[in-house]
Design a protein around this ligand. Structure first.
Ligand code: ATP
Ligand code: HSE
Length: 306
């Protein structure tokens, strides 16, 4: 279609970062919930942003304050794109949920602009641009949500400057609970310690290694077991989520694993089939909204219109 293309629409999935001991490194793409992001060329210059859907009234539409706008601005500057664009975001992922809501918009707009202007950028470059959006949402650019949003599956952010991402395709069902509170990533990062004990670092590195090993062995039991033993972040954030510790204790033999999703309040668990209904009902009773979904494949292009 080339230059004739006027508009690209993508489906941009939720993601769950950290997965217990993998703080700021591990990320898992989810199949749902998701944002729908479209980028359309427009006559006037500049970037116009429209946001609809869940809690859209809380999301800024000034390009420098919206994660999608920040990403778009950087890409348009680097590729000397003079045309104006309109970004339309339909939020399906509640902001401040721990499911990568801000990241889904960043990742979606990076993929859409790449398609609309035929930039042919590799996924790693798209993650780099999308991570800039996280600087706006969470106070510091981190790639552990945008990486799985773009690559799909399970990702590890192993280096910054230059950015290095490792990707493992994963098939797994997950049960997400979403308490009816919001936790900003910025605040959830501010309560973390600046220094940690050597024994806690050793624990987390060991458990994280075990989780990666388990993926290559397709050993969901081992993956879930290690996912539950984070000695650094979860102990400090658990108190932000009502009844988290109580429910974790109650279901620990009924799921393969359970932990806080990203900065929370969402909770991610890997259900054991025989207990799925019971655990789902308990999550609904305690926290309200649940998503029974699977690992996703990343941002997908829905439509290209000329
Ligand atoms: N396009 C956007 N979509 C969602 N939030 C956005 C967007 N642009 C800016 N924001 C701001 O980012 C913040 C939400 O990001 P935050 O990282 O706190 O939550 P999250 O992305 O849902 O969860 P997490 O990052 O823990 O997975 C809100 O303050 C919101 O106003
Ligand atoms: N790793 C980040 C992810 C936020 O989704 C944090 O937990 O602060």
């Amino acid at each position: 279609m080339g230059d004739k293309m006027r508009k690209v629409t993508v489906r941009s999935p939720a993601t769950s970062a950290n997965l217990g001991p993998g703080f700021d490194v591990f990320g898992l793409c989810l199949d749902e919930p998701y944002d729908i992001v479209s980028v359309e060329k427009m006559e006037e210059n500049g970037i116009k942003i429209v946001v609809e859907g869940e809690k859209s009234e809380e999301i800024p539409t000034e390009p420098d304050k919206n994660t999608a706008g920040v990403v778009a601005k950087a890409m348009m500057k680097d590729f000397n794109i003079k045309e104006g664009i309109k970004i339309h975001i339909t939020k399906g992922i509640k902001p401040g949920s721990g499911l990568g809501s801000s990241s889904a918009s960043s990742a979606g707009v990076a993929v859409a602009i790449n398609e609309l202007f035929n930039l042919n950028l590799p996924k790693l470059k798209l993650v780099e641009y999308a991570a800039l959006g996280e600087g706006v949402a969470a106070g510091s650019p981190h790639a552990d949500n945008v990486a799985p949003a773009i690559f799909g599956g399970f990702t590890m952010v192993t280096n910054y400057n230059p950015l290095e991402i490792l990707h493992i395709p994963v098939e797994m069902n997950v049960l997400i609970a979403l308490p009816d509170i919001q936790i900003s990533t910025k605040e959830a990062r501010e309560i973390l310690p600046k220094k940690i004990e050597m024994e806690d670092m050793i624990n987390n590195v060991g458990k994280a290694c075990g989780m990666v090993y388990s993926l290559f062995r397709n050993d969901i039991e081992l993956f879930g077991k290690y996912m539950m033993v984070d000695k650094v972040v979860e102990p400090r954030r658990a108190k932000l989520i009502p009844k988290y510790e109580e429910v974790k204790e109650k279901v620990k033999d009924k799921v393969y694993g359970i932990t806080i999703s990203g900065a929370g309040p969402a909770i991610i668990s890997i259900p054991k089939k025989e207990h799925l209904l019971e655990v789902k009902e308990l999550f609904e009773e305690v926290w309200g909204r649940v998503y029974y979904t699977k690992v996703g494949n990343g941002v997908s292009v829905l439509e290209k219109d000329d």
